[in-house]
Design a protein around this ligand. Structure first.
Ligand code: C2E
Ligand code: CA
Ligand code: CA
Ligand code: CA
Length: 292
């Protein structure tokens, strides 16, 4: 019966598609499917062949210009295909399940690096790590993370986990529970890409979230677009009334920075200060930044 239903659906789609003048499988679809498969296979060896690397992008306080944190961003140097964007390979790793192993490597590497910088005498700094929804649904995630923190001896309050707004809105009730357990352990959570995911404000009050990260799409045209200005200042006001911190991402100009500072956004991140950098260059950036 199910088979029949599937066949019917398939036939309907073929008919429907041909009516619109499309083939069922376009050459473009075939091409992207085979690239995805190629990447999925290559990703299996990426970790042990040391092809993955973390870059760090500074997060800067608008009140005193200090570096208060960094976001860890994943890079993949494929031997033949070159640099592959996380925007392309993270979704593949999520659907294949490889994100669990990769995500654990990201957490361990970022936490270790932060501890090493502290031991080397740099001012302690918060490390923000992106969490995939697949990792977030892992039953043992909290234990995994607290074990790494304990093993590396980095105090819990130096770790911040970024979860996209889309994820938090997909299943808010279970997100509330998981966020509570992280909160109890002193691990900070922030909502990434804020403003794009239609958060219900009543949930925002229930989330044990520390910071809202205003999506870069609202920052981009802030100098020209009055709507974006209205949205951004409304997010900052609302966050401040709820006792939440705010950070703006994708800050590229002095004008954008001035607007954000004027409206009381706490932190900024973007090319205006620095691109994401490999650890050695990030150290250099911190040296220079501390001197100016
Ligand atoms: P995201 O978390 O929203 O990260 C922000 C993206 O904006 C990064 O792209 C960053 O390099 C870029 N960016 C930073 N400043 C500026 C700026 O001033 N202007 C512009 N135009 N862009 C800026 P990236 O590194 O390519 O990462 C893309 C996405 O891949 C991330 O979006 C995140 O969703 C995902 N991602 C990256 N690393 C990881 C990871 O370790 N784990 C997981 N689960 N996802 C990751
Ligand atoms: Ca992020
Ligand atoms: Ca973001
Ligand atoms: Ca994003």
């Amino acid at each position: 019966k199910t088979l029949l239903k599937n066949a019917e659906t398939a036939m309907y789609r073929v008919k429907n598609d041909s009516r619109n003048g499309f083939h069922f499988v376009t050459p473009e679809m075939q091409l992207s499917a085979s690239r995805n498969l190629q990447l999925e296979n290559a990703l299996r060896h990426a970790l042990k062949r040391n092809e993955l690397q973390l870059y760090y992008q500074p997060q800067i306080s608008t009140s005193n210009g200090q570096i208060i944190g960094a976001e860890a961003l994943l890079r993949w140097h494929h031997p033949e295909l070159g640099m592959i964007s996380p925007a392309e390979f993270i979704p593949i790793a999520e659907s294949s399940g490889q994100i669990i192993e990769i995500g654990e490597w990201v957490l361990r590497t970022a936490i270790r690096q932060t501890k090493n910088w502290m031991d080397d005498g740099f001012t302690p700094m918060i490390i923000a790590v992106n969490l995939s929804v697949v990792q977030f649904r892992q039953k043992n995630l909290l234990t995994l993370i607290t074990d790494i923190l304990a093993e590396v001896q980095l105090p819990n309050e130096y770790l911040e986990l970024e979860l996209t707004e889309a994820v938090t809105m997909h299943d808010p009730e279970s997100v509330i529970n998981v966020m509570n357990t992280f909160h109890e352990q002193g691990i900070r959570m922030s909502i990434d890409d804020f403003g794009t995911g239609y958060s219900s404000l009543s949930y925002l009050k229930k989330f044990k979230v520390y910071k809202l990260k205003i999506d870069q799409s609202f920052i981009r045209d802030i100098s020209n677009d009055p709507d974006d200005r209205a949205i951004v200042s409304a997010i900052i006001d609302m966050a401040s009334n709820l006792g939440l911190q705010t950070i703006a991402e994708g800050v590229e100009t002095a004008e954008q920075l001035a607007f954000l500072r004027l409206h009381g956004c706490h932190e900024v991140q973007g090319y205006y200060f620095s691109k994401p950098l490999p650890s050695v260059e990030f150290e250099q950036f911190r040296h220079n930044h501390d001197l100016t």
